[in-house]
Design a protein around this ligand. Structure first.
Ligand SMILES: Cc1ncc(COP(=O)(O)O)c(C=O)c1O
Length: 504
């Protein structure tokens, strides 16, 4: 009788070794896995008869019921088939043999799937060589400045609400309470007049841009962009098939396009309040010129107002959208905001203000494409804003970041006095705003090599050239958001020798 055949004995021995090698796993699960592997790897041939459940149970010291259940499961999966009379067999419908181990696999089959041209462009982008969690890398966060206990309390209050609505999908466009709070905040702080329904909550700037590109552009459409440009924006827009038309920024931000150009872009992406990364601030006259240009050419201006809360001297300049509201109903500007720099980067809440005529389709598409975001966080943030904590928190941050900026500038002057002069090779670019500052370098300097030399000293500065999407400009971008004031001087002292050596 085949029961005691050498094939069955060998199978029992092999299964027993597999079970011993996987202690702690439920017996039935381990046994099913072992038999499945045996079949898929070709150790058990198609059509081979398996031992009876009683015989195998006795040999393995496993209850017969367990073997019965394993055979039934593998029969359901199609790994085994029940014979006509009696007996269980390995299915013959499975492919001849799945390679048993990675070393046996054909070389082409082990390679990861090939990245698309777009995927390779992403993977090879030089910015990845410089991004880190060290000071002065942009995107950092100083948790000691965040009112964690207060925030936790507000979130806990939202959590305690028994409103089941918080657990379901939200309203298209975001939590109504948050949209009301944001509309009120940007009315007072940025001169923007809009209805809450025009505010679309997203998980940040890239998603806002993606929604704009998906709904308002077709692949191949052109977009004016700043050169250098925020990587999150240039990457998103070009990945969605838009053709970037870079314009070199000057001390006043994005210049108007040449008057004779035949190009008719659909959008212009700009950061007029504090150009990222050069820090240029666009004066009122140029803002008005851009608005007039947009009206004349049917262009939409995408105003990324990512850090306008942080200005340390003078009055804030009105936002483009605020100006457009005054003159022409705000139909020419899509305004982008983010809570990454005023709350914390992981909050993943941003928003955009769209013209009234587009409010409904943007809300609907946002819900369809990305769902509605975390309703608890949106409720918590709405309360944080409505109860006045946000305004207080931002005021405190503005004071602290203003002091940090001053200290950083002082440290740069202290350690690089001959280099940072109006005629020197190092220029402090931009206005007294934001949480980063940029050192301009002569274009002949290899800013990437210089950044790597700073990196070797534990200081991460991002070379300006990696943000360039047209002509290359050189410099170093450094954020002071994550570095306490008393550490700034020591950090500059660490990077200063590399700068002196490079520029000497
Ligand atoms: C120019 C610019 N826009 C927007 C953002 C914020 O992006 P997000 O909302 O995706 O965090 C940043 C953050 O660094 C930025 O530099």
């Amino acid at each position: 009788m085949a029961e005691a055949s050498s094939a069955h004995t060998a199978l029992a021995t092999w299964l027993s070794a597999r079970l011993r090698a996987q202690p702690g796993q439920p017996l039935g699960t381990a046994l099913a896995q072992a038999l499945r592997d045996g079949v898929l790897q070709g150790a058990l041939a198609g059509g081979q008869r398996l031992p009876s459940t009683r015989w195998l149970g006795e040999r393995l010291g496993v209850a017969r019921n367990t073997i019965v259940a394993v055979y039934a499961q593998l029969t359901d999966e199609g790994v085994l088939v029940a014979g006509l009379g009696s007996g269980t067999f390995v299915s013959q419908a499975l492919p001849a043999r799945v390679p048993a181990s990675p070393t046996e696999v054909a070389p082409h089959a082990t390679q990861a799937p090939l990245l698309s041209a777009r995927g390779q462009r992403y993977q090879n982008h030089p910015i990845h060589r410089f991004w880190s969690k060290e000071p002065f890398c942009p995107g950092g966060f100083d948790a000691s400045l965040f009112p964690q206990a207060l925030w936790n309390r507000l979130l806990a209050q939202s959590l305690r609400q028994t409103d089941a609505g918080l657990l379901g999908a939200g309203e298209p466009g975001g939590a109504p309470a948050l949209r009301i709070a944001i509309a009120e905040h940007i009315r007072t702080s940025r001169g923007v007049r809009c209805e809450p329904r025009q505010i679309i909550i997203t998980d940040g700037t890239a998603q806002s841009l993606e929604l704009i590109a998906r709904l308002l552009c077709d692949p191949g459409d052109r977009v004016w962009v700043e050169n250098p440009c925020y990587w999150g924006a240039s990457q998103t827009l070009s990945d969605l098939g838009l053709q970037l038309e870079p314009l070199d920024v000057d001390d006043d931000g994005l210049p108007l396009p040449p008057s004779r150009t035949a190009l008719r872009p659909r959008l212009a992406y700009l950061t007029p309040s504090h150009q990222f990364p050069t820090g240029a601030v666009m004066p009122l006259a140029r803002r008005l010129q851009w608005l007039a240009h947009a009206r004349e050419h049917g262009l939409l201006l995408v105003e990324d107002d990512y850090d306008s809360e942080y200005r340390y001297t003078g009055k804030p300049f009105p936002s483009l959208l605020g100006l457009d509201n005054e003159v022409d109903g705000g139909e020419h500007v899509l305004y982008l905001g983010s809570f990454s720099k005023t709350m914390y980067p992981g909050i993943r809440v941003g928003f955009m203000v769209v013209p009234p005529t587009l409010a409904e389709v943007f809300g609907q598409a946002s819900a369809d494409f990305y769902r509605d975001g975390d309703q608890l966080v949106q409720q918590g943030l709405a309360r944080f804003m409505a109860e006045g904590h946000y305004a207080t928190h931002v005021r405190a941050l503005r004071r602290e970041f203003g002091a940090r900026r001053q200290a950083l500038v002082a440290a740069l002057h202290q350690h690089l006095p001959q280099l940072i002069t109006p005629e020197g090779p190092l220029r402090l670019l931009g206005g007294e705003r934001g949480v980063h500052l940029t050192l301009g370098l002569p274009d002949a300097v290899d800013d990437q090599a210089l950044a790597l030399a700073c990196r070797a000293q534990g200081v991460t500065v991002v070379p300006l050239s990696v943000y360039c999407v047209g002509n290359i400009h050189c410099g170093l971008v450094m954020s002071f958001a994550a570095s306490p004031i008393d550490q700034l001087e020591a950090l500059v002292a660490r990077m200063a020798p590399a700068l002196r050596q490079c520029l000497s």
